[in-house]
Design a protein around this ligand. Structure first.
Ligand code: AQP
Length: 328
């Protein structure tokens, strides 16, 4: 049994890109491994944000994860800032992190281009991510494709830290990708992203799902109904792979390649399958909203469990790095 860690930022509503790229996989992994999942609020504040709404967004993200199928009896679910050791380990890992590697990260370059003033926090984002995973000595990190470069850097940080302070103390974590590793936004341009507003929310009602899906970009080479399409480069097909049964996917791919139907026909089938999968989640979210104490209890218990593990790791990290113990 591996130990699994992954996180999600409370930077907006949970969308189908997050779900297909990561959360759907988390739900499966909790039956196979020891899992910790965190709402990473300290990551979310590396982008411009409104302090007034952060606490509510954090709670809403936790609620969304429960509605999507995370089970607190199987997984440890908690808020990153409730376990102070994340920031402590973050600082200690910066010592072995090469500045050049941080500046080379694609996500840093992309996100810093969208901001007028770029903070050191945004540059440091992958080091905090390394701290998240290493604090629990997790070996498996289920993420979308956009996080692979950060995972590579995390492994480099492990190698450097281990070489200097203790051979094999931290395991090298492995990324685990889902089948829908990169869901594009509905415009077919950038990746589907909370902050870009190109999403379908996990709890969108049926008419809104159809409204958003109907004009969504497909294979650009398919200009008319008679042109055959290529499902391998069609974002709508990527979404089919997350919501439609294998036999339906095969049928959809065949009809696309042979121009057996139009993109709108394909989207109707997808909308039906999405609505069938998402309706129970929307209903669970509504039930949780009616009982806010439930989410808070889950987060309190999750933080207590995570803190106990984090403290063990930090005691050893401090010792290996030569810090004077507080009680000495
Ligand atoms: N479009 C996507 N396709 C596949 N996987 C995705 N993920 C995010 N977008 C896609 C995966 O979802 C997990 C949680 O992501 P996150 O909230 O930590 O940060 P993110 O990747 O930056 O997500 P967003 O939606 O793009 O948020 P903002 O706009 O705030 O930056 C990760 O495992 C991610 O790979």
């Amino acid at each position: 049994m591996a130990r699994v860690f992954s996180g999600i930022q409370p930077s907006g509503e949970l969308h189908i890109g997050n779900y297909l790229g990561a959360v759907q996989n988390w739900v499966k992994l909790q039956d196979l491994h020891e899992c910790l999942f965190s709402v990473v609020d300290l990551h979310a504040i590396t982008q411009p944000y409104e302090a007034g709404g952060l606490a509510q967004r954090t709670e809403e993200m936790a609620l969304s994860l429960l509605a999507a199928g995370l089970d607190p009896d199987k997984s440890t679910i908690f808020v990153q800032s409730h376990v102070a050791e994340h920031t402590e380990l973050n600082w200690l890992l910066t010592i072995v992190t090469p500045l050049g590697e941080l500046e080379r990260q694609t996500q840093f370059k992309d996100k810093s281009q969208r901001q007028e003033s770029v903070s050191a926090g945004l540059l440091n984002y992958p080091v905090l991510q390394a701290a998240d995973v290493l604090l629990y000595k997790a070996t498996l990190v289920p993420v979308g494709e956009d996080q692979l470069q950060h995972l590579e850097l995390m492994r480099e940080i492990v190698r450097r830290w281990n070489a200097r302070f203790g051979a094999d103390f931290f395991p090298e974590p492995q990324a685990q990708l889902s089948t829908a590793r990169r869901v594009l936004g509905l415009d077919g341009q950038a990746k589907m992203s909370k902050s870009l507003g190109n999403t379908i929310g996990l709890f969108d009602p049926p008419d809104s799902i159809w409204e958003k899906l109907r004009p969504a970009a497909t294979d650009p080479a398919r200009k008319t109904r008679k042109d055959p399409g290529n499902p391998d480069i069609c974002n709508v097909f990527t979404i089919h792979q997350g919501f439609s049964a294998p036999a339906v996917q095969a049928d959809v791919a065949h009809k696309c390649r042979t121009a057996g139907w139009g993109c709108l026909d394909c989207k109707r089938v997808l909308a039906d399958n999405m609505i069938a999968a998402l309706t129970p989640m929307r209903e669970r979210a509504a039930a949780l909203r009616a009982d806010p104490r439930r989410v808070r209890d889950v987060l309190r218990a999750g933080a207590a469990k995570a803190r106990a593990l984090a403290r063990q790791t930090m005691a050893e990290v401090r010792r290996r790095m030569g810090l004077l113990p507080a009680e000495a």
